[in-house]
Design a protein around this ligand. Structure first.
Ligand SMILES: C[S@@+](CC[C@H](N)C(=O)[O-])C[C@H]1O[C@@H](n2cnc3c(N)ncnc32)[C@H](O)[C@@H]1O
Length: 270
């Protein structure tokens, strides 16, 4: 199975669990990203790696007549959830497409704004992806993407990884670390033809009430791919060992989940 098939499989698996309170940083991020995007009523917006459509939906609500959102993802199940939410909200200005972000089929110089929330670091070749995103953006159009800072999910993430290594699972370095520093984000934008790159940061973290909320984070998003590598016979034991370690982080406020986020934005030269 190649990397994209593996990603698609994980997100297809978690799609119906993805919009849950433990993962509320996704909509928090969407709101901030849309603030930075400064969408105007007639804009054409492309939301890349839309998932269950949190950013697409926030963008759609900023648009008026003539404005429209195209939202793409590899995972059909994530898009099904997104479509349901859009219908439930009574919005009719978003089109969802199963499409690889590295092989966009949109015409050149078409979009006013491209958004991508926690998606770029999944691309096997981020540089070629960004070049193709630049192609479909209008001259003067804006790109904005979010990524995680190195402190995001720490120390919970390291505890999870350490517990997994006891079962001979050796997780790769998280792909998001490629975009975890301001200079890396600015550089990749500039290297691929964008100008006026800027990066802002925000802490989108919160306290989880109990271990089960952290477990929900693991089961409902990208960490699920690592968990799935555990043989069935070890899963109950793993969960209990992991519970003991995570509960050491419990304070009277709960378990802090850091979600320090970078917002990187730039323009296509006119
Ligand atoms: C962490 S989720 C983020 C979803 C959404 N943007 C949000 O903030 O809630 C990452 C998404 O990227 C999608 N994805 C990963 N690689 C992709 C690719 N090459 N093309 C399109 N979507 C991709 C996954 O299927 C998944 O839905």
């Amino acid at each position: 199975m190649d990397k994209k098939e593996a990603i698609t499989q994980v997100f297809d698996l978690v799609a119906t669990k993805y919009d849950n309170p433990s993962l509320r940083f996704f909509p928090f991020c969407a709101d901030k990203l849309i603030d930075y995007a400064k969408i105007k009523p007639r804009h054409k917006v492309l939301d890349i790696a839309t998932g269950t459509g949190v950013v697409a939906m926030a963008a759609a609500q900023c648009l008026g007549n003539g404005g429209r959102v195209q939202a793409i993802d590899l995972s059909e199940n994530m898009l099904q959830q997104a479509q349901k939410k859009i219908e439930h909200a009574g919005l009719d200005n978003v089109d969802f497409h199963v499409m690889d972000a590295e092989q966009l089929v949109f015409k050149s110089n078409y979009f006013d704004v491209i958004t991508c929330s926690y998606g770029l670091f999944f691309m096997p070749d981020m540089h070629s992806a960004l070049k193709s995103w630049l192609r479909v953006l209008k001259p003067g159009g804006k790109i904005i993407f979010s990524s995680f800072a190195p402190t995001a999910f720490q120390p919970l993430s390291d505890i999870f990884i350490n517990n997994l290594t006891e079962y001979d699972i050796v997780p790769p370095t998280p792909s998001w670390l490629q975009l975890a520093e301001e200079n890396l984000c600015k550089q990749i934008l500039t290297d691929n033809g964008f100008e006026t790159a800027q990066v802002a940061q925000a802490q989108l973290g919160y306290h989880l009430a109990k271990f089960d909320d952290w477990w929900e984070v693991i089961q409902s998003a990208g960490y699920r791919g690592l968990y799935e590598q555990l043989p069935q016979g070890h899963r109950v034991e793993f969960k209990e060992k992991h519970r003991v370690e995570i509960e050491k982080q419990l304070t009277d406020k709960g378990i802090w989940m850091d979600v320090q986020t970078l917002f990187s934005m730039a323009m296509k030269p006119v």
